[in-house]
Ligand binder design. Structure first.
Ligand code: DAH
Length: 338
């Protein structure tokens, strides 16, 4: 009896011992599992028919009845742990396999969408480009302006009827959103002495209701040339050249008398379009009152100025029938001109 008790004790001790050794070994093996195949091999090695844990279960029969319960519980605890570990490994390795499968390094990369210059900006660059080549310098002025730059200095007094069409958005501090780029003429002349040759693109604002041909905001380009001897034929020569550069060397051009407060005489310039004429530019000789406002000596300076609408020109050249297309950011429209 004595001997068999010792033996049984030894067996139990040995079972617990084996269980903890198995656990330690399994933990180490698990850390090396990195694929679906390795997971399956691990499962078979521990839980398969001849697996390490299965073998220990088989020895349970040799454990004395009073110890069976605790040894059995230990074995079951390890079994549950192993099964859970196998399941976790399966999930991890199959997720990894899924990403591995969808990644094909031989496929071409995904091209990031490439931006391009907006048609209006492109048109501005083309137009200022023509003038730059004739020696005009591109300058810009602010969109938030004073009444002086937008009206008074341009010979548009407070009660002048032409203010109505221009009457614009005012800020609470008495400033306004400029309604014409002619403001830049004043800024440049106040800053510098003649000779001047400038071209000034930018946004302007009008109290217009939006429709196919009107917008509360659009783009203009202003030009100004000031020197000692400038005649009306200089104006004609420069603008002729410009229009033929832009619309083609055969373009027919017509000058019509007009009125602008800041030029005298003033003209509107049309180009032949199909059977009719289309107005493209406003222009004229700078009114001496404007020179006075900026402090120039009227007896010594002459100049001419002109202004045009960018949207109108872009619409004509590209057959665009609605000004709103420019501002809606619809890539189907914009890509046609990219
Ligand atoms: N500022 C005018 C407008 O918005 C355009 C214009 C006409 C500008 C004649 C000029 C000019 O410089 O000489 O309608």
């Amino acid at each position: 009896m004595g001997t068999s008790r010792v033996l049984i004790r030894y067996r139990i001790a040995s079972m617990n011992d084996q269980i903890s050794r198995l656990e330690a070994q399994a933990l180490e093996d698990l850390s090396l599992v990195n694929s679906a195949e390795a997971t399956e091999a691990f499962r078979i090695a521990y839980l398969g028919k001849k697996g390490k844990l299965t073998e220990l279960f088989k020895l349970l029969g040799t454990v004395p009845p009073e110890e069976k319960k605790s040894v059995g519980a230990e074995l079951n605890r390890v079994k549950v742990w192993l099964e859970t570990s196998v399941e976790t490994c399966r999930q991890k390795t199959s997720a990894k396999a899924a990403t591995d499968e969808t990644f094909d390094e031989t496929l071409p990369g995904i091209r990031p969408p490439r931006g391009s210059i907006h048609l209006l900006q492109h048109t501005i660059r083309e137009i200022t480009g023509v003038f730059n080549r004739m020696g005009f310098q591109t300058v810009e002025g602010p969109e938030i302006e004073t009444e002086f730059h937008n009206f008074t200095a341009l010979n548009i007094p407070l009660d002048h009827p032409s203010r109505d069409a221009f009457d614009t958005f005012y800020t609470t501090r008495g400033q306004l959103l400029r309604s014409q780029t002619s403001t830049v003429q004043i800024r440049v002349m106040k800053d510098r002495k003649p000779p001047l040759k400038i071209i000034a693109p930018g946004r302007v604002y009008r109290p217009d209701t939006v429709d196919a041909s009107h917008s509360f905001m659009f783009h203009q380009i202003e030009g100004l040339l000031v020197d000692e001897h400038v005649t009306f034929s200089d104006l004609k020569g420069v603008l002729h050249l410009f229009l033929r550069e832009l619309f083609g060397s055969q373009t027919k051009i017509r000058f019509r008398p007009h009125f602008f407060p800041f030029t005298e005489p003033s003209v509107e310039i049309d180009i032949q379009w199909g059977k009719g004429w289309l107005e493209i530019l406003g222009a004229g000789s700078v009114d001496p009152n404007v020179f006075k406002e900026v402090g120039y000596d009227v007896s010594n300076v002459r100049g001419f100025a002109f202004g045009l609408g960018v949207e109108r020109i872009a619409m004509l050249r590209h057959g665009i029938n609605d000004i709103r297309h420019f501002y809606e950011n619809d890539l189907r429209f914009l890509r046609q001109f990219a």
